[in-house]
Design a protein around this ligand. Structure first.
Ligand code: SF4
Length: 460
């Protein structure tokens, strides 16, 4: 059996799975061949290419069994919290209780892609007046109406204020449909005025102290609601322990990202890296297992780097990717065109930063909320992107626009201008809908042109 790292199809994974099993593969309870998930309607899986490691198998199986895990949690008496929009902070609080499980209904974003539009979620959103002028997160409405993709949570929370118009409108529509929401406010992050005390936030931004105080009061309100739901008090000791656990996830991800984005040969494909990063947001509904999945993935990456093995050629063009793609297949496409990912900003960089452990826990979480690149200006976000491009040595930036997303109308231009002025590297903007089949040749041509430009610049 060859253990050379490479990307394989779903069909090839079936054979590889048998080989691994014969070789004594140890699997968690949610393990099994990847192709079985196609039976759940996830047809897009047939068109993706996957890393061939046992660590990647575990990662994919973990991702694709989340719905079962949520039902199981409920059957075992846990209460479910649907945390919407803040991306990464409220789940840290929820998982500090031993009888709550939190998830982002926003994750329905990817259902139209995974089911190649068969689930009809976008049509349901259309019928509710939320048409394609909104971002694909509108699929969440359809998922609530059908009840077919996740159990309806006992408590729904949603951050508002410095939130995109899309999410505000969609969540309000959801509320109007009879799903009560606990709204909490995040102010737009601003610079301090002369004489005003400011706080340096994790990740590098800063905000006036009064904004941190305000978010703290909002998080206290959330904490009370979670305590009522759980029937337990969340004291500082328990919340600090929850923060430590979340930091374990973030520490593994920091190591994984550093190695994957800077190794001479790319040790892990873009698609698996995207999924791994997403685990930071709500731990795919099982925080302990997330830690184990990432530990194994990190082990695989370290082994490959030490052995000088990778999945792509040594001359792959080093590209920094901005925004998550609605169609996962595009991550494969970039690599087919000769690119590799060296840095990402998938709208939740703050969920990858270490939460301060030397502050009172609610204060630390309030800082994380304000460190969100999406609650400040596009210029702030561009500065963070520039810093990470330098850190990972990327040679170009690719901004994948999200169709209908209100922030995408102008931010690409702002980011592009700042990146080109500060770093003098090429920037490409593309738009990626949930299923890209009809525009694949165009996307390919544009990605190939970017790769060629990068390689031509190396000869200058
Ligand atoms: S518009 Fe952007 S930030 Fe808002 S929900 Fe859609 S993807 Fe998320």
């Amino acid at each position: 059996m060859s253990d050379m790292p490479r990307q394989i199809t779903l069909e090839e994974w079936d054979q590889r799975y048998e080989q691994l099993q014969k070789a004594g593969l140890h699997q968690p309870s949610y393990g099994g061949p990847l192709s079985r998930h196609v039976g759940d309607g996830d047809k897009r899986l047939l068109k993706l290419r996957y890393d061939n490691s046992a660590a990647a198998l575990r990662l994919w199986n973990f991702l694709l069994t989340e719905e079962d895990r949520l039902h199981e949690a409920r059957n075992k008496g846990k209460r479910l919290v649907g945390t919407m929009k803040d991306l990464g902070t409220v789940p840290v609080m929820a998982y500090s209780f031993d009888n709550l499980a939190a998830f982002y209904p926003d994750g329905a974003w990817w259902i139209p892609c995974m089911m190649e539009l068969d689930a009809g979620l976008l049509e349901i959103a259309d019928s509710l007046g939320i048409d394609e002028s909104f971002c694909p997160v509108r699929a969440m409405l359809g998922a609530f109406v059908t009840g077919a993709h996740f159990p309806i949570p006992e408590l729904l929370t949603c951050s508002v204020g410095a939130t995109c118009d899309d999410f505000s409108a969609i969540a309000q529509r959801l509320n109007g449909l009879g799903y009560p929401i606990l709204w909490w406010e995040v102010p737009h992050r601003r610079s301090g005025e002369p004489g005003e005390t400011t706080v340096k936030l994790p990740g590098g931004f800063s905000a006036p102290k009064c904004q941190v105080e305000f978010v703290k009061s909002e998080l206290e309100r959330l904490k009370t609601a979670l305590e009522e739901l759980a029937g337990q008090h969340l004291d500082e000791e328990k919340l600090s322990a929850g923060i430590k656990k979340a930091n374990q996830v973030r520490t593994y991800l920091a190591e994984i990202r550093q190695l994957a984005f800077t190794a001479e040969l790319c040790p892990m494909p873009a698609l698996e890296m995207l999924i791994a990063e997403m685990l930071a947001i709500h731990f795919c509904s099982d925080q302990d297992e997330t830690i184990e999945v990432l530990r194994e993935l990190l082990g695989e990456i370290k082994t490959r780097v030490q052995a000088g093995k990778g999945v792509l050629g040594a001359d792959a063009a080093r590209i920094f990717w901005v925004n998550p793609v609605a169609d996962l297949q595009v991550m494969n496409l970039l690599e087919d065109c000769g690119g590799r990912i060296c840095g990402t900003e998938y709208l939740f960089s703050h969920a990858l930063d270490t939460i301060p452990e030397d502050l009172r826990p609610v204060e630390a979480l309030a800082q994380m909320v304000l460190a969100d690149p999406m609650v400040g200006s596009s210029a702030d976000r561009a500065e963070r992107i520039c810093a990470d491009v330098r850190r990972f040595g990327a040679e170009a930036v690719l901004i994948s626009r999200i169709p209908g997303a209100s922030h995408c109308a102008l931010e690409g231009e702002v980011i592009s201008e700042i990146v080109q002025t500060e770093l003098d590297i090429p920037v490409l903007e593309i738009e990626v809908p949930p299923v890209t089949d009809s525009m694949r040749p165009t996307l390919r041509t544009r990605a190939e042109a970017l790769v060629e430009t990068i390689k031509a610049r190396r000869k200058r």
